[in-house]
Design a protein around this ligand. Sequence first.
Ligand code: MN
Length: 744
Amino acid sequence: MSDFQADEITVIEERFEDLLNYYKRVNPKGNYPIVQKAFQVAYQAHDGMRRRSGEPYILHPIAVAEIVAKEIGLGATSISSSLLHDVVEDTEYTIEEMEQLFNSKIASIVDGLTKISGATTLKSDSIQAENFRKLLLTMSDDIRVILIKIADRLHNMRTLDSMPPHKQYKIAAETLFVYAPLCHRLGLYNIKSELEDLAFKYEHPATYADLASKISHSAEERDQLFLRFIKPIEERLKILDFNFEIKKRIKSVYSIWKKMQQKNIPFEEVYDLMATRVVFEPKSYLDEKVQCWNIYSAITGIYRPKPDRIRDWISVPKANGYEALHMTVMGPQGRWFEVQIRSQRMDEVAEKGYAAHWKYKAGPESSETELERWLKTIRELLETPESNAIEFMNDFKLNLFSQEIMVFTPKGEMKVLPQGATALDFAFEIHTELGMQCIGAKVNHNLVPLSHNLKSGDQVEIITSSKQKPQEEWLDFVTTARAKSKIKAIFRNERKKVVQRGEKILEEKLKKLKLTINARILNKLQAHFKVENRDELMYNIGRGSAEVKDIQDILRDKSPRKIVKYWRLQFGNKKNKPVPEKKTESQPTGKRKSVEITDDKSDIDYTVATCCNPIPGDDVIGYIDDNENMVLHKRQCEKAIKLMSSYGNQIVDATWISHKLHSFLSIIQINGIDKQGMLNQISKIISEDQDVNMREVHFNSHDGVFEGVIHLYVHNLEDINNLIFKIVKIKGITNVQRVEKSKL
Ligand code: MN
């Protein structure tokens, strides 16, 4: 080991010892073994890693832990989490190991920090910034995640010099935009002004340097003036038997600059450059507030107060709990001085950002009322002497902005969704196409259904399939307006396409009979298929539930309508919809029975009629033959109609449900213009469709047109309809339809 390395180790160990000793001193009963263990794990995990500045990486987590302990005043859990905050992100360690090595609390804090850091790709627009601010407040159910993140940012800002300039700008802007307002809101005033100053320094280096030098040049004069100013005050307060301290505080460079900008004045005219703070130990027999006012009148006995510059935060503390009495008086050389009067307790409240001091300023957002309620709760708890801030925070669950959740894409991009949003909402939020083909999702790497409710902080990956189509029941579990309107639009479009297809099929059929669509024909067809209007008729023809193969018979009114009517012929298959359970025993009304059949043949023995080759999803009836065997026919099958008219008591109403366990024969007929490669295109579509299997293909072509008949095995009506839609899209195809074997 070189001397250099040995020196480094000494530095690291000393830094940590210093931190540990500090913690032991302020919290003698604290859990320091866990802090030691956290250090050991982090030290070993980051071994060999260096920061951009060249120093060993471990010095960064130590520095963050120091800020957390000394400047924010948090305890062992937070200090340990700070030491471990980059371990999961940058090394081989997992959250699970954090839990095993430490506890679930530390693991969940480290998890929150890792997620936030994945989401810090801040875009320049303010909407994203506001979202990010909310994110910091919502996604961690433990407020310590945010506090540690702030400490992390503070240390990164303190060491920003080692970053390349373009990154400095970005980080500085983000700090000013996101972290400073957050600190303000949380009452971390000191950290807030340090962050602002550091950010300002990198954003406006020249202005910063100029102001900083003006401040330091005027320091000596200011110090002398300060001493002259406070001397009579000190004397008077001693006479009044106060135990006190008078401190001076120089405004931050950034806030001086802001004042110059706002009031459009030069540096020299910023009169409240310096504030004088009188911090006293209250006398036990007198109310703190009364003592503040006593000091106030003591000072007004020496200097003339500016009447409009009294700020009484004692009678009515600020919303975040800040208490103090502010006054401005005319001091030596006719200069104005601001004086802040505070008890020691008030001073600590103002200086250290415990939960007491969550800063908050009313904004236009509606969710702010919740924040107010939350702040009120914190204050109530803090006013109870038994509860201490740290203990309180350990159990604290943050539920701000509960109307919204923030979730992430696998790339760490954040999306804001309403509370109750599902994986499907998320898919539509990203892209309509993604929503339409969504079949499921992985939330935090676990497979979940589309209807899964998302939580803040979830990482969501959408799983798609090109075979997926939007389902009507999707409307039951999407909550965003965007997803709802997209799904509805898709159904409208789908229907339109089917209607158009229906028109085309009917036109073709009529053309062969040298007829065109007219009112008489429409009336006949509507009556025959029992539909209300033209649109519905075309829709049923288009999707194949109203077959117009025997259109001549229908038009001549030779259809077996009267018989069929008795059987409540129903068109419009209820495919895809869960069928309500039907009882298998005889129904009390008449001879008609209804039976539910599934393709796993579990309960009922059945065979499929070869004349009409029904498949699950078709409107079917069952004929019980002499051997007690059930034969399934399409309801419109000619043979079935004959059977119904003769053996009505042997017919049962059937609902055929597919679990996609078995495949059934189905035949399609394709007509089109004979083009090169057509056959190839068709067979490609069929072979790529995983739901269908090709058995036989027959193709004939003559005079530039072709006719194809394909025998397929499919699970159900949906499979075959999907396939028909795909084939009909091929250029040159004029007609695709299901045919019955008996009619070939
Ligand atoms: Mn870090």
